[in-house]
Design a protein around this ligand. Structure first.
Ligand SMILES: [Zn+2]
Length: 317
């Protein structure tokens, strides 16, 4: 098999080296190694063998807010007021990041822009969420990122329905985090992003184009049943496989699909439904490509996973 094309559908692309250095810090690294941004993209693509990426906008604004109010008495009026102020500021920050990525991609054809719009980052303001969605679609957004776990909402929350409805009607896809991220929901038994929590979305919006991220990570068993029930759902394999010798990519450690079962698992889901993704720059690209190349899959199956499924999904010429 010749060197395969690689498209990474799950990259947390940043504005510049400085931002990447803050968000994905590696103590001791020279600035020149922070390349998942417009300043370093050519070098990064060369190093990692990439031909195209999806920029998946997300800022963990709840964590930022929690950190900033940590010194105030929990439940106090002072804390509530500080939270409210910060929520407004952080939603603005998300809007600005969305503006930036869509504008940047007007002149950067190697990057497909996914904006972050969900009810969590709008703190329940459905009108604000829909205004942002309409604005970004008009500006040229090619997809929407949602994150039930970190944005703290259930994917089946009815407040999300107008967003799903709109995206179904215009054929613009969602890429959603799924699994254990963000911890347990207050009233439920599992995390917000547990795969079974997406059932109402797929039942009610069968034409919604949907990439469920982190196929191979915690709750992978639920994703097998989900894939069988909802043939319209696609997956990205960011999060990796569990390898006892450790490779720094398994997001949920031993809760990921073990490497010994990787090929069988991908075939069970359908190799035509699995897209290569890494969560870079938090995880490395080339090492994961090597892992996929080493699996007991046919050349066609590897090519599909590493690039062709994504190419077909976004109709990239
Ligand atoms: Zn991610």
């Amino acid at each position: 098999m010749s060197v395969p094309e690689v498209i990474d559908v799950h990259v947390h692309y940043t504005r510049n080296r400085q931002q990447e250095k803050v968000v994905f810090n590696h103590p001791g690294w020279p600035d020149e190694w922070y390349n998942a941004n417009p300043e370093g993209i050519s070098e990064w693509f060369r190093e990692e063998g990439l031909s195209h990426i999806f920029a998946i906008n997300y800022i963990d604004i709840n964590r930022i807010i929690d950190n900033r109010v940590a010194r105030l008495a929990p439940g106090s009026a002072e804390e509530a007021e500080a939270r409210k102020d910060l929520q407004g500021q952080m939603t603005d920050r998300v809007r600005q990041f969305n503006d930036w990525v869509v504008e940047h991609c007007q002149t950067e054809s190697r990057v497909t822009p996914y904006v972050n719009v969900d009810i969590g980052v709008f703190f329940g303001d459905q009108q604000g969420m829909m205004d942002e969605l309409e604005k970004q679609l008009a500006a040229g957004a090619k997809g929407v990122k949602i994150h039930p776990g970190l944005s703290r909402f259930y994917p089946g929350d009815e407040k999300m329905f107008p967003l799903y409805e709109k995206l179904s009607s215009v054929g613009v896809p969602i890429l959603s985090d799924s699994g254990a991220a963000g911890g347990k929901a207050p009233a439920g038994s599992g995390p917000y992003g547990e795969p079974v929590n997406f059932y109402p979305v797929f039942e009610k919006f069968p034409n919604l184009r949907f990439i469920m991220a982190h196929l191979t990570t915690a709750y992978w068993d639920e994703r097998i049943e989900l894939a069988r029930r909802f043939p319209q759902v696609q997956f990205d394999i960011s999060g990796g496989f569990f390898q006892p010798n450790g490779n720094g990519r398994a997001r949920d450690a031993h809760r990921c699909v073990p490497i010994e079962d990787a090929a069988r698992f991908l075939k069970t889901i359908g190799t035509d439904r699995c897209m290569f993704g890494t969560d870079a720059p938090g995880s490395e690209v080339r090492g994961y490509v090597r892992t996929i190349m080493g699996l007991d899959l046919s050349d066609t199956e590897k090519e599909d996973i590493l690039a062709k499924n994504a190419r077909r999904f976004i109709d990239l010429k």
